[in-house]
Design a protein. Sequence first.
Length: 168
Amino acid sequence: MNKVYISIILLGYLLGANIKSTYDVKGMMCNYGCVMTINSTISKLDGVKKCDVSYEDSKIIVEFDGTKIDSKKISKSLPNPYVATLTQETIEKKYLVDGMTCMGCVSTINSVLSKEKSIIVYSVSLENKLMNLEVDLNSFDEKKFLKNLPEKFLVTQLFEESIEKDDK
């Protein structure tokens, strides 16, 4: 029997969205034990999906579910002598862009995206009519950004969707 569960997260911006936080970390003394301790400590926290620790850069990048944990709790979870300071918090946003008809449209949108300092990474697909953004959570002004796009484009935010199939 096929069971299909579809869940749409309606509050995808802050609640339930995957957040990526970057921290500067002090107190690491080696590339093995310190990295393993930090990675293990953070990875065990409820809501953490991914943790990357870089000894060379003295950085930690953590992807987590914003409904279960926040960046302050992550930074406070580290044992002594480690001290993590939040440097950037980003979130992924996806938009459906109606009105794109050619690569000129993609170029126009890319031009707007490249001028937004709060957009860290972006891609625009003519084929799917999708615009994917990774934005700085603390400085991205969505209303202002959308006003900067030409009126010919109808832009709709997509929320995270997950589909699970169970064949039994």
